[in-house]
Ligand binder design. Sequence first.
Ligand SMILES: Nc1ncnc2c1ncn2[C@@H]1O[C@H](COP(=O)(O)OP(=O)(O)OP(=O)(O)O)[C@@H](O)[C@H]1O
Ligand SMILES: [Mg+2]
Length: 454
Amino acid sequence: MPVLTPRTAPRVPAHEVTTRHLGAAYPLLTEAGLGHKGVLVGRDMLGGSFVHDPFELYAAGIVSNPNMIVFGQIGRGKSAFVKTYLWRQAVFGRRAWVVDPKGEYRALAHALGARPVSLRPGGPVRLNPLDPGPATEAAADAQTEAEAEVETGAAIRTGVRVDRRQAEVLASLASACLGRPLAPRERAAADLALGAASAARGVPTLPQVVDALLDPGSDAAAAVRTDRVSLLEDGRDVALELRRLVHGDLRGMFDGPTTSGLDLSGPFVALDLSALYNSPALGVLMACATAWLQAALARQAASGRHAHVFVVVDEAWAVLANLGVARWLQASWKLSRAYGIANVAVLHRISDLHAVGAAGSEQVGLASGLLADSETRVIYGQAPGEVAVAGELLSLSETEAEVVPQLRRGVALWKVGRRSFLVQHVLGRHERVIVDTDEAMRSDAVTSPAFGTS
Ligand SMILES: Nc1ncnc2c1ncn2[C@@H]1O[C@H](COP(=O)(O)OP(=O)(O)OP(=O)(O)O)[C@@H](O)[C@H]1O
Ligand SMILES: [Mg+2]
């Protein structure tokens, strides 16, 4: 082997640089890690372990929000990661509320000593998506902050005070049921019906709103300078679609006051929607479930009854498929930061944020907004066709865009704030039952969380 001497050595001037700048030049190769506060996710493919906690990172100023989005093709290990992540976080007293469209979080619920809330048409449990959020000053401030950032639609002066959150939930449910955004007249009719239902009996329910839409009062009509017949026509389509949740195939889940006695104080609450996983109405149901869950959690948070909670919407493509719902979800993500809630959405593709449309369109703005509100992005393997959009919306470097379609099961590109990591999620021996099906659940299988550092 030739010996390098000053004569034979290549004449490249030495270049000195700080590790911070080197990190920018060689992303992934020279990352310094995120510190040791959090739960162990797995192996940093470039050396060492990878530990993550969105609340710690938020407190340290590394991310500006604690929300997370997980992308990945079918079967890449998205849900397995989320389940074990919540399991490991439970060691530190973190709680989790999950919207579970496939009923696959049952094993985790059992392991954490919780019983999932199963929703099915005509079943014993009802949740009222119009349950109010907290009525505190902090809530009002947080709501104002969110509303300032998100266009909330037509403002109606009716003389009846309508809870803005309930109005937004109702409008987005109606829009999800109709499969299109509400026209201003429909929005006005819905707001007025909500006002009438609220005035009649405290917490409004969907049947009361439907009744008020189909039989508007003369006060409501006068508030928008029209007559009752015209107001009825304005709100008729909304009423007929919402009626499905009340009298149609979806009845018995969201059409009355919330069932009393639900235990929401434990470490884990899962809403199991698997009875309707194959229903075309899955998105509407998930929107109802998410609306209820966020209001309930916000009430708990405002009363100081919890520290940090993860709210997971698995299979979130179904709920984001509608622009109105996606817009509402984005607004509520902003709100939840004020309550110490980290939202986690699980999607297949970046284009699931339906959203993605012509440059400069509202859709693109919405997708970018949701991403901006989720500073931890976990990207499992994507189809090559997705990479161009993903690269643009997630600001992937050229190298990252090349890597993403090649990632094997269990390996993800993590973008945390402005930093990137390639991480292999490691399953603990005792955790397999959590990611497996119910049949695999054995009574002695899970006794205590297998991972965690602090
Ligand atoms: N890190 C891992 N190591 C080993 N096996 C894994 C890992 N992650 C997931 N698996 C296995 O891969 C299978 C699919 O995982 P999972 O259900 O999490 O995929 P998914 O991305 O959520 O799929 P879908 O899009 O269908 O919901 C599971 O049987 C799980 O046990
Ligand atoms: Mg999954």
